[in-house]
Design a protein around this ligand. Structure first.
Ligand SMILES: [Zn+2]
Ligand SMILES: [Zn+2]
Length: 290
């Protein structure tokens, strides 16, 4: 399994609109960050996580046509690329598109794009959505819930709740890979899912603690508590300079933590994937009891 980092910037990207680099060194290409999204890839199958306002540029740059999309929550930087879908489906994908999200996220999407979703067909636990009467391809909207595993394009995904300020987001566990953007803290029921992590992509938006996002000290606390093998930081704003951040963790003895960068390729080792499967089985049992 391979992860491609399509974007690891915060809500407004780096540089911010208008060319503001903040404390990030513009001469380091690793500081140029699009909005947060990753592509999970295995055996010619792909699953994109989140579809922000940089969807067009991200897919063009990485030369990818994602097969399916799962969305972590309904904030603008994670859903704005939905506006690109009519032409994407008609001219690039050329078939129906499966999107996995919870009810709260779907409400945000429909609220943001009412003109796109005027023609909706509701069917059991999925909703089939067309952009217009004569559209050939449709969105198949799969309703997901925290704590309930689902399969998306051959990937077994376990979504779990994350506290994200005034609302919750979904963290996603795919075998031993965990994706945790937009998280301040984890509710008790999500804690069993944070053990036996090979690679954890974790929110580190700001230097200082905030009400809705992660920061370096919180990352250190999580690493001490859950001992993931590797951590790559994501959702970093314009004050989070790549080299400064990397040194901050190295200086404190946390060499297993590093900032991600756009275009980064992360290989999840096959041997630990197998171990991760059994870990995930026991986690599923735990979740079932909650
Ligand atoms: Zn965000
Ligand atoms: Zn958010």
């Amino acid at each position: 399994m391979r992860i491609t980092v399509l974007g690891c910037g915060a809500t407004y990207g780096v540089p911010i609109a208008g060319g503001v680099w903040g404390r990030c060194d513009p001469s380091n290409p690793k500081n140029e960050r699009m909005r947060p999204s990753v592509l999970v890839f295995e055996d010619q199958r792909s699953l994109m996580i989140d579809i922000g306002p940089d969807f067009r540029r991200q897919t063009t740059k990485a030369k990818i046509v994602p097969d399916a999309i799962v969305i972590t929550h309904g904030h603008w930087d994670h859903i704005a690329g939905i506006g690109e879908l009519p032409y994407y489906m008609e001219m690039a994908l050329r078939r129906n598109l499966d999107i996995y999200a919870d009810d709260a996220t779907m409400k945000c999407v429909v609220g943001m794009f009412p003109y796109l979703f005027a023609h909706e067909v509701v069917a059991t636990d999925t909703r089939t959505i067309s952009f217009g009467d004569d559209d050939e391809y449709r969105i198949i909207w799969h309703r997901i819930r925290a704590g309930e595993a689902f399969e998306a394009n051959g990937f077994h995904v376990l979504p779990f709740s994350q506290h994200h300020g005034g609302s919750d987001s979904l963290g996603l566990r795919i075998r031993n890979f965990v994706y945790s953007p937009d998280v301040k803290s984890f509710p008790t029921e999500s804690l069993p899912l944070l053990s036996n992590i090979e690679t954890w992509m974790l929110d580190c938006d700001y230097w200082e603690p905030s009400s809705s996002h992660g920061d370096p000290r919180t990352v250190v606390e999580l690493v001490d508590r859950f001992a993931p093998k590797r951590v790559f930081l994501t959702h970093m704003d314009e004050k989070m300079d790549y080299a400064t951040l990397q040194s901050w963790f190295e200086d404190r003895g946390y060499g297993q933590v590093a900032p991600a960068f756009d275009g980064m390729e992360i290989s999840i080792p096959e041997t630990t994937e197998v171990a991760g499967m059994s870990a995930l089985q026991s986690v599923r049992t735990d979740v079932g009891r909650l």
